[in-house]
Design a protein around this ligand. Structure first.
Ligand SMILES: [Zn+2]
Length: 400
């Protein structure tokens, strides 16, 4: 026991400390506070003073640690009869009506969540990670509630895969501001339709173009719900799709190769998919060796670099011509996976040609994608999609 007086740290209007126990051996501090009857209670919803008291309640909440001692506060508080809001919990300044921690500890948790994962915050404070998550989630819900989407001219729609759970999220971004406007579960027609259902006709009319993947459910949703908007298949998404083709071709070639060929191709996946400009000094000769040893891989590699040129054209006719040329090259390659891709590309040519008029550059989508990957790596709790969506929104709000 000690004679340290901690009352000074509980200078909240309307509560007073009636008991304090500081156990320096167990490293625990216990405090009891009760309503200070010199003040009228205040409704936590509308903040007005209330005359009538409905009942008294008690609960224990965690507070900020006092040095290395965990601090628990036993709070006696009142349920008041507010003429406007009904029977509600009074506002004490110390606790939030629904949280298991004091307001100041909640603020501290929110600060820590900027730099640490939920589990790290929970471990640091000796709290359950679910408690930490709930506090952070409530903060984000408050932050983003009532936020409108404005009148965006260009949108980007992207999907996020949560591979471990075989689940997807659809993300809608304002292309110009980089703000995440909406996140929904799944990647179906209904998913994107849900977004359009939440916005007004005037907002839909303001949308000129939408960049997205060659994904039929999204295309259907845009055509039905936002027919005035042009669909643009951006370079990032199309090249990503072609990368999958390269990977399939590489697997086929690896299977066919002799021991020496296999040795050369080891670790080639990453080199083949990496952007040419991002290769380092060691990687350039390695890639060259792989390409020299395998003609089929050389062909797909050249086709990929060539494909990217499609997005450099400003005139639809020229882009169309180039697409035809690329198609012929792809068909001449006689590589099965490449031919399938080329036919698909031709079917979606309109969206690639639209890029001439609406040059929605690929860098923005790439940036969004990379940022989401980082968030995923931090291992946020995926079971709570709503929370995950809020964390993504928050990440984009802070840097854009
Ligand atoms: Zn009230």
């Amino acid at each position: 026991m000690s004679s340290i007086n901690i009352k000074a740290f509980y200078r909240f209007c309307r509560v007073k400390v009636v008991k304090q126990v500081v156990d320096t051996i167990e490293k625990v501090v216990r405090v009891k506070v009760i309503p200070d009857k010199r003040y009228k209670p205040v409704c936590h919803k509308c903040n007005s003073p209330v005359e009538r008291i409905h009942s008294y309640r008690e609960r224990t909440v965690r507070d900020l640690n006092i040095f290395d001692a965990s601090t628990f506060v036993r709070v006696v508080y009142r349920v008041v009869r507010c003429p406007r809001c009904g029977d509600v919990v009074e506002e004490t300044g110390l606790i939030h009506p629904y949280m298991r921690v004091t307001r100041r500890l909640a603020n501290y948790i929110v600060e820590l969540c900027k730099f640490m994962s939920l589990k790290e915050v929970a471990g640091h404070l000796g709290l359950d990670w679910k408690t930490v998550k709930e506090i952070h989630k409530r903060h984000l819900l408050d932050k983003f509630s009532g936020e409108g989407i404005g009148k965006p001219r260009f949108l980007a729609v992207d999907e996020i895969s949560l591979k471990k759970r075989h689940r997807y999220l659809t993300v809608v971004v304002n292309w110009e501001t980089g703000r995440v406007l909406w996140i929904g579960e799944g990647r179906r027609y209904e998913t994107l339709k849900e977004f359009f259902d939440t916005i007004e006709d005037k907002q839909k009319e303001s949308i000129e173009a939408i960049a997205m993947d060659m994904w039929d459910p999204y295309i259907k949703a845009v055509r039905e719900c936002c027919p005035g908007a042009r669909i643009v298949f951006d370079q990032f998404h199309v090249v990503q799709a072609f990368n999958k083709v390269i990977d399939k071709v590489r697997n086929d070639e690896y299977r066919k190769a002799d021991r020496e060929g296999k040795e050369i191709m080891k670790g080639s996946k990453y080199l083949l998919l990496k952007n040419k400009d991002n290769l380092n000094e060691e990687e350039v000769p390695r890639l060259r060796a792989i390409l020299e040893a395998n003609k089929v891989l050389t062909t797909v590699y050249i086709l990929k670099e060539y494909l990217k040129k499609l997005w450099q054209y400003k005139y639809p006719r020229r882009a169309e011509k180039f697409l035809d040329y690329w198609y012929c090259l792809a068909m001449e390659s006689k590589i099965r996976h490449v031919m399938v891709f080329a036919r698909t590309l031709k079917r979606y040519a309109y969206g690639i040609i639209n890029h001439c008029k609406y040059p929605l550059h690929t860098s923005r989508l790439e940036g969004i994608n990379n940022k989401i990957k980082v968030i995923k790596r931090k291992a946020y709790s995926f079971h709570d999609i709503e929370y995950f969506a809020l964390v993504i929104k928050n990440a984009f709000a802070e840097t854009n």
